[in-house]
Design a protein around this ligand. Structure first.
Ligand code: TXA
Ligand code: MG
Length: 312
């Protein structure tokens, strides 16, 4: 590899790499993904290796449209309604697997369900359509670390393991997709995201009271999304050597603010980038102001409490 600044590869080059069983840095509207051909166990195994990801943690299959999704999984009326309301976009639907050849056992961690989403990012869509099949892509971070939301961060995390890397700029949403399971009687929210609980309930009615009542997500490790510095949440002061990530007007240094105007959308988009940038200054800790718990705040607080090491 040369020392020249890495320029992104084209979607066609990425599709070629996928066909050759290699990994690809894939931009999406949520976070950068580390992608492989979902049907090839040898390729999928490289993802688990590059990330240091436990093999019991299944991956999300990314496809072009609802028709492709329904060729892989069994969608009932509720799953279809959610797909129609939110795809393409940051919603992942877990449903019973129909064709285990398209998304191999290793990618599903041996489960008889499969997680699927149709990403909205133009470059992600271009890669998937040039490739022509399902692509599994976890966030491109090494396991347990904050997800990358810029091309440079994605390269730094897992760039050396890939055959191609596509530059899609900064990720618009900034946190990973909302994950819902549509398996039993009750739909369960397995991971909050920028599509909120309220938005989902407006389409399919009340969700299960907790994920336990529905279906557990094997990937919700306690210490997750964590920078090297300890993270302290709901901070109302700053201790010596700490950096404060503020929220709202006049809270801390505006350079380190998640949103100086108290906008949750902006805070979500800035979250992982600021955690990484703060971490690079090697502070004694990263303190984060209280973030409202409603709407999109549920996803932000979920990531923050995991970064701080609390049980989810
Ligand atoms: O926004 C996103 O979803 C990003 C981008 C790249 O698309 N991807 C992502 O993937 O966040 P990952 O692997 O970091 O998270 C996948 C989550 C994990 O919590 C995993 O346990 C859960 O989805 N999951 C996957 N398949 C599942 C299944 N069959 N049942 C329950 N949970 C599942
Ligand atoms: Mg992840």
């Amino acid at each position: 590899m040369s020392d020249a600044p890495m320029k992104g590869d084209s979607p066609e080059k990425a599709a070629e790499a996928l066909r050759a069983g290699q990994l690809v840095i894939l931009p999406t509207e949520t976070v950068y993904g580390l992608a492989a051909d979902a049907s090839k166990p040898e390729a999928v195994a490289k993802i688990f290796e590059a990330k240091g990801r436990p093999r019991f943690n299944p991956l999300i299959a990314h496809v072009a449209d609802l028709v492709s999704a329904e060729s892989i999984a069994v969608f009932d009326e509720r799953a279809r309604a959610l797909a129609k309301a939110f795809w393409p976009g940051p919603l992942t639907i877990v449903a019973p697997v129909r064709d285990s050849g398209q998304v191999c056992d290793l990618a599903r961690a041996g489960l008889d369900s499969v997680a699927i989403r149709v990403p909205a990012h133009e470059k992600a869509r271009a890669v998937i359509s040039a490739f022509g099949g399902a692509v599994v892509a976890p966030s491109a971070n090494r396991s347990g670390r904050p997800s990358p939301t810029t091309f440079a961060d994605a390269l730094e995390e897992t760039g050396t393991s890939t055959g191609a890397a596509v530059d899609g700029g900064s990720c618009r949403e900034g946190v990973e997709s909302t994950v819902v399971s549509v398996l039993g009687d009750q739909i369960a929210l397995l991971r909050p995201g920028t599509i909120t609980r309220e938005q989902i309930e407006a389409v399919v009615g009340p969700l299960a009271a907790s994920a336990e009542e529905g279906h557990r997500s094997p990937g919700r490790l306690t210490l997750h999304y964590a920078p090297d510095a300890p993270v302290r949440i709901n901070a109302t002061n700053v201790k010596d050597g700490e950096i404060l990530l503020g929220f709202g007007e006049g809270v801390g240094d505006p350079r380190w603010s998640l949103s100086t105007v108290g906008d949750l959308r902006e805070a979500a988009a800035n979250l992982f980038r600021l955690l990484r940038e703060a971490d690079r200054t090697k502070p004694s800790g990263i303190a984060v102001s209280t973030i409202p718990a409603t709407g999109l705040g549920e996803a932000i607080n979920d990531r923050l409490s995991r970064a701080a090491g609390f049980v989810g």
